[in-house]
Design a protein around this ligand. Structure first.
Ligand SMILES: Nc1ncnc2c1ncn2[C@@H]1O[C@H](COP(=O)(O)OP(=O)(O)O)[C@@H](O)[C@H]1O
Ligand SMILES: Cc1ncc(COP(=O)(O)OP(=O)(O)O)c(N)n1
Length: 274
């Protein structure tokens, strides 16, 4: 049996809604073989982030070597990278192993406000990793930090996507989850020439913890199957829409999304048994 393999290089969320836990659940649901290289451990739940413990560069490099020397991934995604040193280490391994289908989710701040990337590391993201990206998937605040723009209008978003493309990312998906006050959640996809828009009904809910991780994991899973970026972005959008709409309502704060929902719907079991 042949199966597509996807690697997540990201942090652990003990609460299971974001980070590698969200990534691996998404990979499984989309029928690909998931692998992980941990960059940091967070003590985290729906109320926030209580602790951040980055791993040593040696531990991170060794995990990447273990995978690179045996289980070549068909696509890779990065999530929480925390420091400039970790970004440099990951970029060096991406180059060493010739990993091309690289999705960069430039995770910076958790929804509760905790820093998941040191502010001085943003420059390394721009100079070391984004030039290696197949797709970069910032949310609006991340795009503002990467570009230095204030993003208000759609044309601000288009300009920011152009700048991130010029940094070296072949494609840019600028996600619209943070564009509150609208009835739609609009993601913008830029391929260096044209803009396209993926639009869905905005769901009024507190339970959006891990949406960005889940979205970028679904994108990487679909790219590993040989889908185009446009096709992969459409599936990722449908996956996250279902996951938010059929929320699990766990915890006392920003709860996780429902990683079962997309496949439940495919089987015609909307809101069915988990
Ligand atoms: N309330 C919502 N309703 C519908 N879609 C949403 C909502 N919030 C986020 N999304 C979608 O979830 C994905 C992640 O977006 P976003 O929340 O901007 O990322 P992040 O989690 O990195 O902050 C995007 O596809 C976005 O359109
Ligand atoms: C370990 C870890 N990685 C990433 C995030 C951020 O996840 P994201 O999908 O951006 O969702 P929010 O946390 O912003 O809801 C995280 N929290 N933890």
């Amino acid at each position: 049996m042949s199966i597509n393999k996807v690697l997540t290089i990201a942090g652990s969320d003990s609460g299971g809604g974001a980070g590698i836990q969200a990534d691996l659940k998404t990979f499984q649901e989309l029928g690909v073989y998931g692998m992980s290289a941990l960059t940091a451990i967070t003590a985290q739940n729906t109320l926030g982030v209580q602790g951040v413990y980055p791993l040593s560069l040696e531990a991170i490099a060794q995990q990447l070597d273990s995978i690179g020397e045996d289980l070549q991934p068909d696509a890779i995604k990065t999530g929480m990278l925390f420091s400039a040193e970790i970004i440099r280490c990951v970029a060096q391994k991406v180059r060493q192993y010739g990993w091309r289908k690289l999705v960069i989710d430039p995770v910076m701040v958790a929804k509760g406000g905790a820093a998941l990337l040191l502010s001085e590391a943003v420059e390394s993201l721009i100079s070391e990793l984004i030039p290696l990206a197949w797709v970069t998937t910032p949310n609006i605040p991340e795009a503002e930090l990467l570009t230095g723009f204030t993003i208000v209008s759609l044309s601000d978003r288009e300009n920011a996507a152009r700048v991130i493309h010029q940094m070296g990312s072949r494609y840019v998906v600028l996600k619209g989850g943070h564009d509150t006050g609208t009835t739609e959640a609009v993601d913008l996809l830029y391929d260096g020439e044209q803009f396209s828009y993926l639009t869905s009904r905005r769901i009024d809910t507190l339970h959006t913890h891990g949406t960005g991780c889940t979205y970028s994991a679904a994108l990487a899973a679909e790219l590993s199957k040989g889908r185009t970026v446009q096709e992969a972005a459409a599936t990722a959008k449908a996956f996250i829409q279902a996951a938010i709409e059929d929320g699990l309502e766990l915890g006392g704060g920003h709860g996780p999304t429902n990683h079962f929902a997309y496949q439940n719907r495919m089987r015609g079991e909307r809101n069915g048994a988990y």
